[in-house]
Write a protein of this length. Sequence first.
Length: 277
Amino acid sequence: MNNFIKSHGLGNDYIVIDKKELNRKLNKGLIKKICDRNFGIGSDGLLLLVPSRKADFGLQIFNPDGSEAEKSGNGLRIFSKFLYDNRYTKKRIFTVETKGGLVKCAIIKSSKKSSLVKVQMGQAVFESKKIPVISHMKYAINETIRIKKKKFIFTSVTVGNPHCVIFKKTISPKDATEFGPLIEKNKMFPNKTNVQFAQIVSRKKVKIEIWERGAGYTLASGSSSCAVVSVGHKLDLLDNKVNVQMQGGILSIEIDDNYNLVMEGPVEQICSGQISF
């Protein structure tokens, strides 16, 4: 009982647990303790396998602050490896239901240590009300926000969870750590928001720094990569096949003319064990 596996996607690490394996109910305080890097196992979040009536598997995603997230690209890749490696499925292609929608996952390559996983992340949506973001415009594109007396031009998008994308000539981790938490909780974003600072390298490559809602500064994020490529494509800054460079490594993102997104990247298992409650 209480078995877990911990894996990472480009340094973005998650703990994976089958709900049926738990001998006590998870709550916000317990999730925070499990994810704590000093008093728990330590991770950027927790993935919980749950039943689904709509897909092959159900997934609940929790941030390290105990809040529930709608979708996570890296989390979905990690979850896919967990399912395949632990023989929940023999199929290499299967569906997963998340709070942010239904996705299709595919195991491209697999070994005990590492895997290459592709995820159809769904469609990027720019309508302000659906993100949500408070804007007088139907689409929050090239909007202005002032933080610490600095003006930023941003575009909001949802890829199953909300994102605020800011393009700059040059970026650094300080952009995310200094301004990310203030933008995340700004009143313009009723449900808070993930934040990305992005630097265009070419039409096929972009660098990003990430502040994740409920998690903080993050080395890599699949949904953030999808959000940046969606906005970059919308603004005619990026092509439909883009490599996203993050502190943790590179993800490959494809986007079609209807803004449907496909993400591909590696996953590595770190450890496994039992949680002592």
